[in-house]
Ligand binder design. Structure first.
Ligand code: SAH
Ligand code: SF4
Length: 394
């Protein structure tokens, strides 16, 4: 397990010299305080630093500018100083696939030559970007393709927020020159941390990246449009409420500890009751901020009527929305998707009890972009079958 030691919110992200060897500090991913410090370290007079940071911040996060020369409200020699010391770098797109339903799947390369996947899902009333927080995952949920891949490393805040910027580049979704914020609808309107990795095991980077995404002078997404999905890292859930404040989704998937131990092995550490208690305590909890319970429908494993009734019993008292996810199969997966009739019957029981129970339509299936199918084919580090079986108690 890689649970990070708790550190306070005011710890600055220390700008690191870039790992790709340009010798420049990447501005993407620095918090406001971090960027201010970095500008001072590069020679910006302290008195001007806050103002300069605000100007650079807007160019980077509102206009999507990558070249310091385009920052026309800054003096020429100051732009030169910036480009000597800094760069504005986002993950590089290695490949892009577009599904017949409009879903886009990007494979992006990050420092060290690693690759992660990012998925854009256009819908009528929104455009959702599914971002990754780790290369691989330490956990081994037995129905998840990412879970068969070893954790290679955590992404940095810059690599996480950089995925949003990369998608805005591809979609032409920046605020055009001469226009203000809010003058045109955004294509990337929602973010879900549902790509590769367990976001709460990369807490600090995820928090910093989401703070940048929520910043009103920048990418400017409201906290209600950002959903963090966790398999149930209980000690970090309250912290997520306090320090990030975004919407929360829980990969619930089972109604008894026996089954959940197999599907989501982290349950052996924090069981259903412990998890539910942490949700009852989720500080931001209110009727308008329901927690989403994700529930993958696996034929004959967790999809009976009894499961549906048990689920209702368990979540009593928690403002909740239940999101049923038809299992997305992948090569070698040990499960089958529940039949449509079974999923509908299950959904109906939930609905009759007064809960919204949308069935998540699989998107981008033809390009393997659906939930839980993400896995970069280039990563060689695989968990062995024995490791997976041991962790999952199979
Ligand atoms: N690690 C986080 C977020 C990533 S997964 C988590 O586990 O919550 C996003 C959602 O997709 C989770 O609910 C996950 O359990 C689900 N999922 C994983 N594999 C799946 C698959 N093959 N079919 C359907 N949903 C899957
Ligand atoms: Fe990791 Fe989430 Fe997949 Fe589990 S479902 S293996 S926590 S990415």
């Amino acid at each position: 397990m890689t649970a990070s030691a708790p550190i306070t919110q005011d710890v600055l992200t220390i700008p690191r010299k870039d790992a790709e060897g340009t010798g420049k500090v990447n501005l993407v991913g620095l918090t406001r305080d971090g960027m201010r410090e970095a500008l001072i370290a590069a020679g910006t007079p302290e008195k001007q630093a806050k103002m300069r940071m605000g100007q650079v911040w807007q160019w980077v996060y509102q206009k999507g500018v990558r070249d310091f020369d385009e920052m026309t409200n800054l003096a020429k020699d100051y732009r030169a100083l910036l480009s000597e010391n800094f760069e504005i770098r986002v993950p590089e797109v290695v490949s892009k696939q577009v599904s017949t339903d409009g879903t886009r799947k990007y494979l992006v390369r990050i420092a060290g030559g690693h690759e992660v996947e990012v998925v854009y899902i256009p819908e009528e009333d929104r455009g959702t970007l599914c971002v990754s927080s780790q290369v691989g995952c330490t956990l081994t949920c037995s129905f998840c393709h990412t879970g068969t891949q070893k954790l290679v490393r955590n992404l940095t805040a810059g690599e996480i927020v950089g995925q949003i910027m990369m998608a805005r580049d591809d979609l032409g979704d920046w605020v055009p020159a001469g226009k203000g914020m809010g003058e045109q609808p955004r294509l990337v309107s929602n973010i879900v941390l549902m790509g590769m990795g367990e976001p709460l095991y990369n807490f600090d980077a995820v928090r910093d990246a989401m703070k940048i995404a929520m910043d009103g002078e920048g990418i400017s997404l409201s906290r209600r449009r950002i959903t963090l999905s966790t398999s149930g890292v209980v000690p970090e859930i309250a912290r997520a409420g306090e320090e990030i404040g975004c919407m929360l989704a829980i990969s619930f998937h089972a109604t008894t500890d026996e089954t959940r131990d197999k599907l989501v092995p982290i349950n052996k550490r924090w069981n259903i009751e412990t998890l539910l208690q942490s949700l009852r305590d989720y500080p931001k909890l209110s009727n308008s901020e329901r927690i989403t319970f994700e529930y993958v429908m696996l034929a004959g494993v967790n999809d009976s009527d009894e499961d549906a009734y048990r689920l209702l019993e368990l979540i009593k008292g928690i403002p909740a929305k239940i999101n049923l996810i038809p299992f997305n199969e992948w090569p070698g997966a040990p499960y089958k998707r529940s039949s449509n009739n079974r999923i509908r019957a299950f959904a109906n029981i939930i609905y009759q009890a007064g809960y919204a129970s949308p069935i998540r339509t699989p998107r981008g299936e033809d390009i393997m972009a659906a939930c839980g199918q993400l896995k970069s084919a280039t990563e060689r580090a695989r968990k062995s079958k024995a490791e997976i079986a041991k962790e999952a108690g199979l």
